[in-house]
Design a protein around this ligand. Sequence first.
Ligand SMILES: Cc1cc2nc3c(=O)[nH]c(=O)nc-3n(C[C@H](O)[C@H](O)[C@H](O)COP(=O)(O)OP(=O)(O)OC[C@H]3O[C@@H](n4cnc5c(N)ncnc54)[C@H](O)[C@@H]3O)c2cc1C
Ligand SMILES: *[C@@H]1O[C@H](CO)[C@@H](O)[C@H](O)[C@H]1NC(C)=O
Ligand SMILES: *[C@@H]1O[C@H](CO)[C@@H](O)[C@H](O)[C@H]1NC(C)=O
Length: 419
Amino acid sequence: MSAPHEIVVLGGNFAGVGLVHYLFKITIPSLQKLDPAKTFHITLVTPNTDLFFKIGSPRALINDKLMPESKILRPLSEGLSKYKPEQFTLTQALATSLDASKRTVTIAPVGSETTTELPYDSLFISTGTTSTSPLWTFHADQSLTSAALKSMHASLPTAKTVLIAGGGAVGIETAGEIAHFFPGIKISLLSGAARLLPNNPPAIGPRAQSYLETHAKVEVIHKLRVEGSNVSETGTTVTLSDGSTKTADLYIDATGGKANTGFLKADWLDGTKRVLTRDAYFRVKGNGSDDVEGVYVLGDVTADSANTAMVLDAQTPTVASAFAVDFARKVIGVEAGEKNNPGLLGGLLGMVFGKKAGPPSLVEFKPMKDTMLVPVGPDGGVGLIMGWRFPSFLVAKIKGKNYLLEMFEPLLTGDKWKA
Ligand SMILES: Cc1cc2nc3c(=O)[nH]c(=O)nc-3n(C[C@H](O)[C@H](O)[C@H](O)COP(=O)(O)OP(=O)(O)OC[C@H]3O[C@@H](n4cnc5c(N)ncnc54)[C@H](O)[C@@H]3O)c2cc1C
Ligand SMILES: *[C@@H]1O[C@H](CO)[C@@H](O)[C@H](O)[C@H]1NC(C)=O
Ligand SMILES: *[C@@H]1O[C@H](CO)[C@@H](O)[C@H](O)[C@H]1NC(C)=O
């Protein structure tokens, strides 16, 4: 038997973990139907030991009772230990560089100088972003996220003023949670733009603002950005873009994250340092002459990404289909089948007659557009579903109640993917 085909996945949170399950459950079995002699091994390289359901952070930062840390941080092993060592290796490390010509990634454990070169046949990049605050994304050392949550639990009960920077969903949700559970705190939310949710359809941001302003002690400030901050005994003083300063007991940075692509060459990246793609199937573009055969990207680190977990429901099958098609062509010598868009009739026929075990085909990327839920506290909020307004009580029912926590288990175990 020949050596297994080595698939390396960089980054193990929403995108990377979802992909590993998808490959094992769906893609690999379909390729093995085509050629039973082929074997595969996946190495997931990531510094964290837990999967982080960061969607729940705005609630989890309030205290450890409403949404305990153990509900949003759960060991990766709970979902991945079912894969045998000859199929799967979880490596706790950071990717530090990539050599496209040798087809290797250099990795190092967090805080260590010891590097290892990992060869790949196929490579998936899903390293996400890092936000200034470890409340929203892992920093290399995941204990910083637990520490940030605990620090919020300790400070909020005595805080009189809180300043939040960031007018996106995370800033709004955080302001809404604090306003609800600590109504005595004066909250200033700085959007840094002309309105809340500046990157979403125009009606929704102002509506979120009016929900926030039903709390007497919330103020929303536009068109001023935080340029820097200084922590002292009396609180945190931030300098704003008009030169003025503002001091609060607690400062929360809820502005967006920076792409984790320091291990890649700049000529593979766009202006936001996200990874450029060469087609609609998330094959990596490279710089035009580097070897990028079998290199793919997914999740928040993808150029032009929607930066949502939801988009991965569409992106994961698409990027996995590109891998399957490339593998079938290069390794098995079989050309791709028709594009996999069965439509309603084809889908029904497939259900009746079974899907034929033909060559793999590309799956078109069809994400749900203009769909989002932004709770403002547990009792309401704003939302859109395919551009249509979502009533406040439904936002509360679907997300405000427990921040979609029921989605965590199927993500961790891979049960979200049905073969
Ligand atoms: C508060 C909050 C609320 C949200 N709410 C929603 C919502 O309601 N609906 C929705 O659809 N989306 C929501 N999102 C967005 C969603 O969480 C992200 O889109 C999703 O987490 C992206 O997944 P990812 O795997 O691409 O990146 P990440 O989750 O950022 O994971 C990246 C992984 O890569 C690892 N990594 C980093 N650098 C390296 C390296 N050099 N080598 C190896 N590994 C590395 C990290 O440790 C991490 O494990 C929310 C986000 C936040 C912060
Ligand atoms: C922070 O404090 C230092 C020392 O007092 C000062 O030099 C610096 O300008 C301050 N920065 C901001 C952003 O206020
Ligand atoms: C791409 O990068 C490689 C390696 O750094 C370099 O040799 C090559 O000239 C670059 N190609 C282009 C088209 O810029």
